[in-house]
Each structure stands twice: as structure tokens, then as C-alpha cells.
Design a protein around this ligand. Structure first.
Ligand SMILES: Nc1ncnc2c1ncn2[C@@H]1O[C@H](COP(=O)(O)OP(=O)(O)OP(=O)(O)O)[C@@H](O)[C@H]1O
Ligand SMILES: [Mg+2]
Length: 275
């Protein structure tokens, strides 16, 4: 049985009168990928903002390695080893790979007031860290991050988190804007992070991506955990239906067909709840 790193019990979050999260209880474990699923507006990003110190919960408890924890700032969460990679990799397009890898933790040579950023060393370490994750196309730490592909940027951000000893890696839709090959690469890296013992929280709208890496799944519907299950316990179809907010895909298909019949074969602009 793997150990629990983050344990949420009855976490609620309201913004003024708006209740966004209700009684969220989840166990996030080392060496496991938790896929957080749910439709637009279900509360996924709000939940990870609580875990990464951006928002404070309104009520409920969070245990970090068994101790009550409250992350007052993103920095406080990062210092405890919770690394959050946002959709575009959280990197800096106009910085070199070596420089962006060490933002906030620059290696220095010399001493006292003569400390300077050691570009060569930074580049070496950064390039090695990403190559260890199998991104062999990156071999020059002076290249600008902005020149990398979306998948390479995601991979760089994940490699950076792992290199600096993250215990929890939170990825908010890392594969959303990627093609099949790039997404596969990022999924492989997620797998590698898990193999190295990190707890990974992975948000995606793509069922196949979730099924490819997930050990544990939690589906949010309107801010509550509507389903919490482990790999193999539900079929792809059941997961898709849950992600659509409990509406079955068969119903949606019938709805589209009905619409097309009534509108000379034109597909509807929007199906289901507005996004
Ligand atoms: N600061 C805020 N103040 C008020 N309401 C908010 C705030 N942040 C989020 N919400 C609301 O909370 C709900 C959940 O938003 P959230 O961004 O967590 O959804 P999500 O599951 O990440 O959706 P998506 O899949 O579209 O990214 C939405 O209805 C949103 O409008
Ligand atoms: Mg979101």
C-alpha cells in the first residue's frame, strides 16, 4: 500500500456567496497518478489552486505527510514539494533553457559579492535533467524556451519539478493543446515521475490520456466528488459519461441526430450545457 502524501477531508471552497467545492475528500499517494476529471466549471482548477497555495479552503482539513497543513502562498506549497505545472508549462519564453530551469535557485560560482550565475553549469544540469526523461532533442541549454514545442515545454517543466525534489506534481491539462505524438511523450514522462515515487495529480478532458496513466480517478461534478474509483473499475464509456456530467453519450448522440434531422442535416453549434 503506498503512503498518503496529501489527504483532503471535507474540503469546501466558496467565493463570497458562490459555493464552488463541496466536501471534497481525496487521498493523494506517492507513486500514483490521480486523474482529476470533470466537465468545464466542475471545480478542478479551483481544487488544485487550493493544493498549490493560491486559494485557502473555506473549511475542511488537509494533511500533508500526515500533519495538518495549510499552504498560505504558492511559495509555501512549493517549499513543501508541491510543484504545479500550468497549461503552458509555467516557463518563460524569452529565457534560455538553462536559465529558466534555475529560476529562483540559480547555481553560483565564486563567493560573497562575486557570486555570478554559472551559465555553463546551469545548462549542463538542465540538459541532463531533460535528457534523463528521454527528451533527447534538447541538447543546447542556451536555446530559448519559446523555441520549444508545447510538449517539450511541458516535459521541461516536469523534469525541473522532479529535479528539485517535488513530492507532488500537479498538472493542469498538460496534454490539452498537444498532438498525439507530443501528448504520448508527456504521458510517458508522467509515468516516469510516478515511477520515481512522486504523487501526480493529472487533470485532463481526454479519457484516453487519463486511462493511459491513471491509477486512481476522481470525477468532479458541480464541485463535488461524484465518483472515486481505481484503474480497471470502470469502462471507458462509463468514465466518458461521468465526465459529461452524468449525461450518457448515447443520449447526446440521439440529441445531435434529432437536431440534424430538424435542421436540414446541419450540426448544432453547441451541444449540452453552455461552456
Ligand atoms: N475566484 C473566483 N470567484 C468566483 N467564482 C469562481 C472563482 N474561481 C472559480 N470560480 C467558479 O468556480 C467554478 C469552477 O471553476 P474551475 O476553474 O475550478 O473549473 P474547472 O473544472 O477547472 O473547469 P475547466 O475544465 O473549464 O478548466 C466555475 O463556475 C467558476 O466560475
Ligand atoms: Mg480548469
Amino acid at each position: 500500500m503506498s503512503t498518503s502524501i496529501l489527504k483532503l477531508t471535507n474540503v469546501c471552497k466558496s467565493f463570497g456567496p458562490i459555493d464552488v467545492l463541496h466536501d471534497i475528500s481525496l487521498d493523494i499517494k506517492a507513486g500514483e497518478v490521480l486523474c482529476l476529471l470533470g466537465d468545464n466549471g466542475a471545480g478542478k482548477s479551483t481544487l488544485i489552486r487550493i493544493l498549490s497555495g493560491v486559494h485557502r479552503p473555506t473549511s475542511g482539513t488537509i494533511l500533508f505527510e500526515g500533519e495538518p497543513a495549510s499552504f498560505e502562498t504558492p511559495r509555501a506549497a512549493a517549499d513543501r514539494g508541491i510543484a504545479t505545472v500550468h497549461q503552458f508549462g509555467g516557463t518563460f519564453p524569452l529565457m534560455s533553457i538553462g536559465r529558466s530551469f534555475f529560476v529562483g535557485v540559480e547555481p553560483t560560482k565564486g563567493w560573497g559579492p562575486f557570486k555570478i550565475f554559472d551559465r555553463k553549469k546551469a545548462n549542463e544540469v538542465a540538459v541532463k535533467a531533460v535528457r534523463d526523461f528521454g527528451i533527447t532533442r534538447i541538447d543546447d541549454g542556451d536555446r530559448l524556451v519559446g523555441g520549444l514545442s508545447g510538449g517539450e515545454r511541458q516535459s521541461l517543466a516536469i523534469a525541473r519539478a522532479v529535479h528539485f525534489g517535488a513530492k507532488v506534481l500537479i498538472l493542469d491539462e498538460p496534454t490539452a493543446a498537444l498532438g498525439v505524438k507530443q501528448a504520448t511523450h508527456v504521458l510517458r514522462i508522467v509515468h516516469e515521475a510516478k515511477r520515481r515515487g512522486l504523487a501526480v495529480v493529472f487533470i485532463t478532458h481526454q479519457v484516453m490520456h487519463a486511462m493511459a496513466v491513471g491509477d486512481h480517478f476522481a470525477v468532479l461534478i458541480r464541485g463535488a466528488v461524484a465518483a472515486d474509483f481505481r484503474k480497471g473499475e470502470k469502462t471507458r464509456e462509463e468514465i466518458t459519461d461521468l465526465m459529461a456530467g452524468g449525461e450518457t453519450m448515447a443520449n447526446l448522440e440521439a440529441e445531435i441526430e434529432g437536431y440534424m434531422t430538424a435542421h436540414d442535416g446541419h450540426a448544432p453549434q453547441h451541444i449540452g450545457p453552455a461552456v
